[in-house]
Design a protein around this ligand. Structure first.
Ligand SMILES: Cc1ncc(COP(=O)(O)O)c(C=O)c1O
Length: 390
């Protein structure tokens, strides 16, 4: 049997696999698991969007191969959405590409620019695709450590200029998975200046653009003056419209960066199913009622969970957005051990922080992807199992 390619062998261990095995074992025993592990939205898409998909499925034309970069109507709807939501101007013809989910786009974008040995700057803890994409492309992620003391924004001033000179790409993503932190406009301006100074491509993964709870609206990197010269921003309908299974996303930004991503994708896939594009247009053109409800739903769950865990000895702050709560594990456990322990004792599934890079060790991420009653029950089971933070 041949050995797998180096690009696969170089990937760090997939911690979720261990947990998945245990999850399957517990399911097989008939345990009623409360799965707060993956950030897998459980709020159904707007009914209008489902109707639109059903209607589109009836048209035989929509079952043919779609165009590689997206239907003109979809790209126009994306441009209108970006103007309406973030006040940014996107040329629908040259500055948009459809994606089969933003994860696909972020990972393939690395293939468009990263050669073996090239460096990507990645704040950590991070969504795994942000460093795994570069590894798969043969490059080396250079980790920018982040902590709660700086709001999980990396200190760009301490990056070794020799590393900055060599870096080809920086991947930022705010609001952040897994820490639910928001970036300030000052930090984004600093990031744009830094990337311009060192000729670095700035990638912004904006997956949680619409999942915010208060007056602080997440910032599009492209709204920062001058960002369009160096930046590509990734968006998804997965979180905003409860469509994770549909695999629908898009990237917008500098024309040459979009062109390169299109070039890679032309050689890999056939674009996004036209019926899904039509339904996504319906989603992008809906009023704000649905998204307001999504925000309220995640916010209520977060309050219940954080209050519940704080009554068990934790001291976690309320979050401003995303569907995640990031909390330290009690002493005596590492993050994977604590996840396993929680699963065995309570049937509650959460993610070990180490899955988001070494700097996530000592933490777990809990996704608010179950109805309120189940969130309350999860806390209750943890309490009954005698688990508390000390
Ligand atoms: C930061 C971030 N980017 C991208 C994704 C994947 O989104 P999509 O469903 O569009 O591939 C996720 C999913 O959890 C995420 O957290």
């Amino acid at each position: 049997m041949q050995k797998e390619a180096d690009r696969l062998l170089k990937l760090p261990i997939y911690v979720f696999a261990q947990l998945d095995k245990l999850k399957a074992k517990e399911y097989a025993k008939g345990v009623d698991l409360i799965d707060l592990g993956m950030g897998n939205p459980d709020i159904p898409p707007p009914p209008e969007v489902i109707d639109s998909l059903v209607e589109s499925l009836k048209n035989p034309e929509n079952h043919r191969y779609p165009s590689f970069e997206g239907a003109p109507e979809f790209k126009q709807a994306v441009s209108d959405w970006c103007k309406k939501q973030y006040n940014i101007n996107i040329d629908p013809e040259h500055e948009v590409v459809t994606l089969i989910g933003s994860k696909e786009g972020v990972v393939h974008f690395a293939f468009a620019y990263i050669n073996p040995g090239d460096i990507t700057l990645v704040p950590m803890p991070a969504y795994p695709a942000h460093f795994r994409g570069t590894i798969l492309a043969g490059g080396d992620p250079y980790i920018l450590p982040t902590t709660s003391h700086r709001g999980f924004m990396p200190d760009l001033k301490i990056i070794d200029p020799a590393i900055a000179q060599k870096a080809k790409m920086m991947i930022l993503s705010y609001p952040t998975n897994p820490t639910a932190s928001f970036a300030t406009k000052e930090f984004f301006k600093e990031a744009v200046d830094f990337c311009k100074k060192y000729d670095i491509i700035l990638v912004h993964d904006f997956a949680y653009a619409e999942i915010y709870f208060g007056d602080e609206k997440p910032i599009s990197m492209l709204s920062i003056p001058g960002a369009k010269d160096i930046c590509i921003e990734f968006h998804t309908t997965s979180k905003t419209f409860g469509m994770p299974g549909w695999r629908c996303g898009f990237a917008v930004g500098k024309r040459e960066l979009i062109e390169s991503l299109r070039k890679i994708k032309t050689n890999l896939d056939y674009g996004l199913f036209t019926a899904v594009q039509k339904a996504a247009i319906t989603a992008l053109q809906l009023g704000n009622g649905y998204i307001d409800n999504v925000r309220k739903t995640y916010e209520k769950r977060m309050h219940l969970f954080v209050d519940g865990m704080n009554s068990l000895g934790w001291n976690i702050e309320k979050t401003k957005g995303t569907m995640y709560v990031w909390l330290p594990v009690p002493s005596g456990f590492d993050s994977t051990e604590f996840c396993m322990y929680l699963l065995e004792k309570t049937g509650v599934v959460v993610s070990p922080g180490v899955a988001f890079g070494d700097l996530g060790e000592g933490y777990i991420r809990v996704a608010m992807v179950a109805p309120e009653a189940r969130i309350i029950e999860a806390v209750d089971r943890i309490k009954k199992a005698g688990i508390c933070f000390k």
